[in-house]
Design a binder for this molecule. Structure first.
Ligand SMILES: [Zn+2]
Ligand SMILES: [Zn+2]
Length: 133
């Protein structure tokens, strides 16, 4: 994946820090801000948490990166992709994507609430296959 082109496609200024953030998120899928900071410090020893937040906010604003809110855990961040739900392991805290068809659920929510539903977010928790061995 060409991270420089990807940043440009979202009208984002290309900096080595941003390229590195995108690379980490692409490698790991989902990272919270502390995990991201720890990885970034390896590459940029003088980088501050504030700088990472600033860069993240710019990329979130352009919808290039999305925040995933996990109940009772820190939010994680991921590169925007096809709409999907998340499964979280209660033991090892691993987070994975699961592509679900939520169209029926969203239209049920809409007809029962009389809201115009625009988006949805689903987080399922349980025990992953490795932890249940
Ligand atoms: Zn697990
Ligand atoms: Zn995800």
């Amino acid at each position: 994946m060409n991270y420089v082109d990807l940043l440009k496609r979202y009208n984002l200024k290309v900096t080595p820090q941003r390229v590195a953030i995108v690379q980490e998120l692409n490698d790991y899928g989902h990272l919270n801000i502390d995990q991201l900071y720890n990885k970034m410090v390896n590459k940029f020893p003088t980088i501050s948490l504030a700088t990472i937040y600033k860069n993240m906010n710019a990329m979130i604003e352009k919808l290039f990166i999305q925040e995933v809110k996990i109940p009772n855990e820190k939010s994680v961040y991921e590169l925007s992709k096809e709409q999907h739900a998340h499964v979280v392991c209660e033991k090892c805290k691993k987070i994975e994507d699961v592509v679900l068809n939520t169209t029926a659920l969203m239209s049920e929510a809409q007809s029962k609430s009389h809201f115009q539903i625009n988006s949805s977010a689903f987080v399922f928790s349980g025990i992953c296959s490795e932890c249940s061995k």
